[in-house]
Design a protein. Structure first.
Length: 310
């Protein structure tokens, strides 16, 4: 969360907030990679935006044609790198057409009146404008194959997919919907963890969601968690690892603390591929690593296996 640190040489910005896209800067690499920055005659950087057409794969450095990447579900055809996708794309990918979006009307009240270099209120407003969502999550009711499910997907582009009161409440409501309808719950995690601008309110969500999941377990209603790149912090430490089935996309960063913090703490070099889904599968933290193109059929088969009545 490097964006949180206040640069000492900058005057504090107020909440005028006219620059459109400075939320969750950890997510900015995507745009930056698709922009070449040659220098013009007068020496100033003349940025040529190629965003509309091409994107560079962080996995193999191939320049990919965006339309082809889209047709391939945002997976690099050369190396299989899985690009991040938004919550709505995720829902469209997994559910049959005709699903219904629910609980999208909740908004954060900024309980701590938090401000760092910007006010939390202005960060929220920017993220809302940028993503068209009220917070970092979208819940949908629909079908996977023949099975009715409650699916809730986190939106990384909204302040790093961080979990504040709204995300927590929306997951709690999704659990309630599962309990009431006996439809399995699927959560797609994509998050930097708890939302520090909501402090302890954000941490309280961990307990609230864990209690709900325990109720699901008692009622014998399946809960599947799909961990995507990245799933870290308080989200990994709570609901993302509590599924009856915990599966992940290939190459996803999954962990609690970041590798640098761990290396500094244990004073040891971490092994290759540490905190990536394949490593976690090998060490028993995941049940499967499933490529994006096979996710829907995998989930349908898992629900068949869990003997969920259609
Ligand atoms: Zn690639």
């Amino acid at each position: 969360m490097a964006w949180f640190k206040r640069p000492t040489n900058l005057p504090p910005q107020d909440n005028g907030d006219s620059n459109g896209d400075s939320n969750g800067d950890s997510n900015q690499d995507f745009g930056a990679e698709s922009t070449f920055a040659p220098v013009s005659d007068d020496g100033s950087p003349a940025r040529v935006r190629t965003e509309g057409l091409w994107v560079k794969c962080p996995g193999c450095r191939t320049i990919l044609f965006k339309a082809e990447l889209e047709a391939n579900l945002q997976v690099c055809a050369k190396c299989g790198h899985h690009f991040k996708i938004g919550a709505r794309e995720r829902i469209e990918l997994l559910l049959e057409p005709g699903f219904q979006i629910v609980d999208g009307n909740l908004r954060s009240t900024d309980p701590l009146h938090f401000a760092d270099i910007k006010t939390y209120k202005s960060r929220l407003a920017t993220a809302q404008k940028h993503t068209g969502l009220n917070d970092a999550i979208v819940t949908a009711l629909g079908k996977i194959g023949i099975h009715d499910v409650v699916l809730t997907a986190m939106e990384y582009a909204f302040i790093g997919g961080s979990m504040g009161a709204v995300v927590g409440e929306q997951i709690a409501r999704a659990i309630d919907r599962s309990l009431a309808s006996r439809h399995p719950l699927i959560i797609v995690a994509a998050s930097g963890g708890a939302r520090m601008m909501e402090g302890v309110v954000s941490l309280m969500q961990l307990a609230k969601i864990a209690v709900g999941l325990a109720q699901l377990d008692e009622a014998r209603i399946p809960y599947i968690c799909l961990l995507t790149d990245p799933t870290t912090g308080g989200v990994t430490a709570s609901f993302a690892m509590l599924g009856d089935l915990n599966i992940a996309e290939p190459g996803a960063l999954i962990g609690f603390a970041g590798p640098r913090v761990i290396e500094q703490t244990i004073r040891q070099k971490l092994p290759e591929g540490f905190q990536r889904s394949e490593f976690l599968l090998e060490h028993g933290f995941l049940d499967a690593v499933v490529p994006r193109s096979e996710l829907k059929s995998y989930l349908a088969r898992a629900l068949d296996f869990m003997a969920v009545p259609a």
